[in-house]
Design a protein around this ligand. Structure first.
Ligand code: AMP
Length: 219
């Protein structure tokens, strides 16, 4: 199954991807995580995209498609979650042609609908484990044991550079002008299902699981 988690920054796509990874042999392709990893490692690509990301802008579609292709081509897994990709219509077309080469296609696009006013609140509370990247929120998703990562036991947490109110405004603007238009593309293909992502993570998880089952995937 090729599943796209679609929605604005802070709508909870990453959190839900983590839930899905608990119970299925999905490959999780988060272009944001892949790019942040390059930045952290100080690679050529990382240096090229660092400033762009810190301002909430988009690296070129070529750059993005390159990193996604590498992941898709090198995996043996049959189930992939795309998180934060595609973000432009061109990326959506590129994804289709990439999957077609493997006789595959996008099977489901889940649209995380959330009140935009909520996003600022959510994003400013967001932090993640420095070691494994698990995402938490100081208001509604804290580690079970205070200050200890549930996934890996690390006690070091970080906040993202681009999770601040000024940059967030630009990220939402980019979402509204460049990304939201992709919805029509998937609606025409009858692939888009909406969920209410303003609710708490457990409720969103239940809605997402239902969508996946209703799309015919055993899960
Ligand atoms: P995210 O973690 O998905 O919020 O992505 C963080 C940042 O990485 C974005 O604000 C963009 O600068 C960049 N980015 C991630 N995915 C994409 C994409 N598919 N297209 C363009 N830029 C992206």
């Amino acid at each position: 199954m090729n599943l796209i988690l679609f929605g604005p920054p802070g709508s909870g796509k990453g959190t839900q991807a983590q839930f899905l990874l608990e119970s299925q042999s999905f490959l999780h392709i988060s272009t944001g995580d892949l790019l942040r990893n390059e930045v952290r490692r100080g690679t050529l690509l990382g240096n090229e995209v660092k400033d762009i990301m810190e301002r909430g802008n988009f690296p070129s579609d070529d750059i993005i498609f390159n990193i996604v292709s590498k992941e898709v081509i090198s995996t043996q897994r049959q189930h992939i979650i795309f998180d934060g990709f595609p973000r432009t219509l061109n990326q959506a077309h590129l994804l289709d042609s990439l999957l077609e080469k493997n006789q595959a296609k996008v099977n489901l696009v889940v649209d995380f609908c959330v009140d935009l006013d909520l996003l600022l609140h959510r994003i400013t509370g967001r932090y993640s484990c420095e070691n494994c990247g698990a995402v938490y929120n100081q208001e509604f998703l804290q580690p079970k044991l205070a200050d200890v990562c549930d996934k890996c036991g690390s006690e070091k947490f970080i906040r993202r550079q681009d999770d601040n109110p000024d940059v967030l405004k630009n990220r939402i603007q980019k979402y509204l002008t460049e990304t939201e238009v992709i919805k029509d593309y998937y609606i025409k293909k009858n692939l888009l299902v909406k969920i209410n992502a303003s609710n708490n993570p457990e409720d969103v998880r239940a809605q997402l699981s239902l969508c996946i089952r209703q799309a015919g995937f055993v899960f």
